[in-house]
Design a binder for this molecule. Structure first.
Ligand SMILES: Cc1cc2nc3c(=O)[nH]c(=O)nc-3n(C[C@H](O)[C@H](O)[C@H](O)COP(=O)(O)OP(=O)(O)OC[C@H]3O[C@@H](n4cnc5c(N)ncnc54)[C@H](O)[C@@H]3O)c2cc1C
Ligand code: FES
Length: 274
């Protein structure tokens, strides 16, 4: 099937058809997926879309995915995903021209820092990089300066297409620090260790983080100690994706829970009971 005119795909929040424009492996078990869809209209940095992957009638849950960038004029959305189970394995096999549906835009995304004059620090672990890239785009459009830490377990898992674009995006004097747990590329150690080094050298006004929960907990703790505001994009197993099933609870410091799909996925890190 040939890609359709993007103008036909424009729409509002809800269920949107999409056409796969490209789907290729860019790192170990990690794919770059480009779709053409009306869901691109109104997507804000840090929000996510919920994708149906055809091919198995018993697999009814959609796959929530953050995006790295959109081009609403061309109705394009760029996503990166790691193959971790059956749904993402079938998603990786969808060829250009394949059609399915996405629900979105879902959830609440990143917020700009209260003071646009501050320097921000973006900390991404593994497949947490796509929404961090979207945050970088948002900050760039607002004229906010930022440094980035992009970490992975090993070099083979680093998402270089996004890292290279970040290196082009950051302002003069700003840094992109690549880290790997095993030292196969860049700084040797966890992203939190790279963060300790940067916060000892520079003043930051806001931290943005996405990655494994244990990493975000560490990032949030450093930010709290340094009295830096911190936003974290959380992941939860999701059922409906729109607040109906109660599957995606996030415990709060204030007591009770928030829903990751409606109140998040981006939360003020100080509000989360890590
Ligand atoms: C808001 C949001 C944004 C996301 N953005 C991205 C993204 O940009 N790129 C990306 O690669 N992944 C992202 N994810 C995670 C992605 O949705 C899951 O990896 C995917 O749904 C797994 O589906 P599966 O059928 O392949 O795996 P399954 O067979 O369902 O599960 C395989 C393994 O992954 C774990 N898992 C499944 N879903 C989740 C989840 N939501 N959170 C944590 N662990 C999970 C399971 O516990 C199991 O161990 C996001 C999740 C959320 C909630
Ligand atoms: S996924 Fe159903 S309430 Fe959040």
């Amino acid at each position: 099937m040939s890609p359709r005119d993007p103008a036909d795909l424009r729409g509002t929040v809800g269920l949107h058809e999409f056409v796969v424009m490209a789907n290729e492996e860019v790192a170990e078990d990690t794919y770059r997926l480009e779709i053409s869809s009306g869901v691109s209209q109104g997507l804000e940095a840090g929000q996510f879309i919920n994708i149906a992957v055809p091919g198995d009638a018993t697999h009814i849950l959609r796959i929530p995915l953050s995006f790295s960038r959109t081009d609403p004029a061309d109705a394009r959305v760029e996503l990166f995903f790691a193959v971790v189970g059956e749904g993402t394995r079938r998603l990786s096999a969808m060829p250009a021209g394949a059609v399915s549906t996405a629900v979105g835009p879902c959830g609440k995304g990143w917020r700009l820092p209260d003071d646009p004059a501050v320097r921000c620090l973006l900390v991404a672990g593994g497949i947490g990089l796509p929404p961090i890239f979207a945050a970088a785009g948002m900050l760039t459009r607002a004229g906010v300066r930022f440094d980035v830490i992009a970490g992975a377990q090993t070099e083979a898992k680093l998402v270089f297409p996004l890292i290279h674009d970040l290196e082009r995006l950051v302002a003069d004097g700003c840094r992109v620090v690549v880290s790997t747990d095993d030292g196969s590329r860049g700084f040797k150690g966890f992203t939190t260790m790279a963060m300790e080094q940067l916060v000892s050298e520079r003043a930051y006004g806001c931290v943005y983080t996405c990655g494994p929960e244990i990493m975000m907990r560490g990032v949030a703790a450093i930010a709290a100690r340094e009295q830096i505001a911190c936003q974290a994009s959380l992941e939860r197993m999701m059922g409906c994706g729109f607040g109906a099933c109660g599957a995606c609870n996030v415990p709060l410091v204030s007591g009770g829970c928030a829903s990751c799909c409606m109140d998040g996925p981006v939360f003020d890190a100080r509000a989360v009971a890590w």
